[in-house]
Design a protein around this ligand. Structure first.
Ligand SMILES: Cc1cc2nc3c(=O)[nH]c(=O)nc-3n(C[C@H](O)[C@H](O)[C@H](O)COP(=O)(O)OP(=O)(O)OC[C@H]3O[C@@H](n4cnc5c(N)ncnc54)[C@H](O)[C@@H]3O)c2cc1C
Length: 385
């Protein structure tokens, strides 16, 4: 029987002690924040380093300092109280560190970039127990690698420093309807949503329930024109609700649903699906859900090698959510037009070629950073670098 130890750290000194002890005893240690990793990286771990005892958040000017165990549901309100915001994901219990290390796609990301694009420094404990501060000038290669390669590769992060953005009112536009021609809608969305102005995010979900298409439309500024534009492209009137003047915590809260364990696989797309693939995908659709997330905007104005997040030329991310058999078939249909790139925060154990899919052309440099900072592969897991 495996006896797994969970060590809940309340200080950086305790993180150092846990790492040194694990090393000396030959134990395999895995850090855990919000605990939402899509794959089970804890299996085989002897020691789970629970970071949730370290979760203070402070804001000075436009810089937020957040301890590694904080979760999004506490980050947004703390920043909002100081008049600041951070582009980051949904899910109140998602850990800020796991999310940031893998990128961080969110509802105001087309305007302000990935969460990791706002990272200006981090404190880490290295595999030998050394505490290090890294930023653009101190340990710059490690700082580069922390921005978008995914969690758990190089060091245990204890603190993150972000350059925040001003908190501004947000308008949520949402719609749930059964469109007469879902194919036309999906085709119109693919050509349109990655190109619209940065302050607008429009994501599309097809098949919330069999036969019903749901879409969630979001705008940072109130604009009914946006919905009219998509209505014109889709060839029918889209009925929508508009709620203006929301703070980011309110907006995120309006999307909070109980976290359900669904099977999911995803891929990035640098071009629209062909008509044939789209038809096949929608013919197969009843039984699961297709979620299209628009990229473009500020996400794509950072070079693919400027941070470890390599996916800067993609137009959208497509998630397939449902039963394992349905998801595998749906993923395989769409994959024909996919870019072969997969978001590091949505790791997929079924991938035959994980590391190149997650890291693209950044893989060799990431492997060099790994060799430099963790030559003994103390931090390791299946499908790692
Ligand atoms: C309900 C839900 C909603 C989501 N919404 C979004 C979204 O809107 N946008 C988006 O981009 N992603 C989203 N995700 C995906 C999310 O970004 C990833 O699952 C992320 O890895 C979760 O981080 P965590 O800290 O919660 O998980 P964990 O399992 O604790 O950590 C994830 C990985 O990071 C490592 N890690 C954790 N803490 C540290 C640390 N201190 N130092 C070094 N490594 C560490 C872990 O070992 C693991 O490999 C969502 C996930 C869920 C479940």
């Amino acid at each position: 029987m495996i006896t797994r130890q969970v060590v809940r750290c309340r200080s950086v000194a305790e993180v150092v002690a846990a790492i040194k002890h694990a090393r000396q005893s030959g134990a395999r240690l895995v850090p855990r924040g919000g605990g939402h990793c899509f794959t089970d990286r804890l299996s085989g771990a002897d020691v789970v380093l629970d970071m949730t005892g370290l979760r203070s958040i402070s804001v000075v000017g436009d810089v937020a300092t957040i301890e590694a165990g904080a979760v999004l549901g506490e980050v947004y309100p703390a920043l909002d109280a100081a008049g600041r915001a951070l582009p980051a994901g949904c899910g109140p219990t998602v850990g800020i560190t796991g999310l940031t290390l893998g990128g961080g796609i969110g509802l105001i990301g087309r305007a302000h970039g990935l969460t990791c694009d706002r990272l200006i420094g981090a404190q880490v404990v290295l595999a030998d127990g050394t505490i290090a501060d890294c930023d653009a000038t101190r340990e710059p290669d490690l700082f580069w690698a922390l921005r978008g390669a995914g969690g758990g590769h190089f060091a245990v992060v204890t603190k993150l420093h972000f350059k925040t953005v001003p908190a501004t009112p947000i308008t949520r536009i949402s719609a749930q309807w059964a469109p007469p021609d879902p194919e036309l809608l999906a085709a119109a969305w693919q050509a349109w949503a990655p190109e619209i102005p940065d302050n607008l995010t429009v994501n599309l979900t097809i098949g919330v329930r069999a036969g019903l298409v749901g879409a969630s439309l979001l705008a940072v500024e109130p604009t009914r024109e946006l919905v009219r534009e998509l209505s014109d492209l889709a060839g029918h009137e889209i009925p929508f609700d508009l709620r203006g003047g929301m703070s980011l915590p309110e907006l995120k809260g309006s999307f909070n649903e109980p976290v359900q364990q669904h099977h999911t696989r995803s891929e990035f797309f640098a071009r629209s699906l062909s008509d044939r693939v789209l038809t096949e995908l929608l013919d197969h659709q009843p039984g699961g859900r297709l979620s299209f997330t628009a990229m473009g905007g500020a996400y794509n104005r950072v070079g693919p090698d400027a941070t470890a997040f390599a996916h800067r030329n993609e137009r959208f991310l497509l998630e397939h959510v449902g039963t394992p058999g349905w998801v595998d078939t749906s993923w395989a249909i769409a994959h024909e037009d996919g870019s072969g790139r997969v978001y590091p925060n949505f790791p997929d154990p079924a991938l035959a070629n994980g590391p190149p899919a997650y890291h693209g052309e950044n893989l060799d440099r990431l492997r060099a950073v790994k060799q430099l900072y963790d030559p003994d592969r103390f931090f390791d897991f299946p499908q790692a670098l």
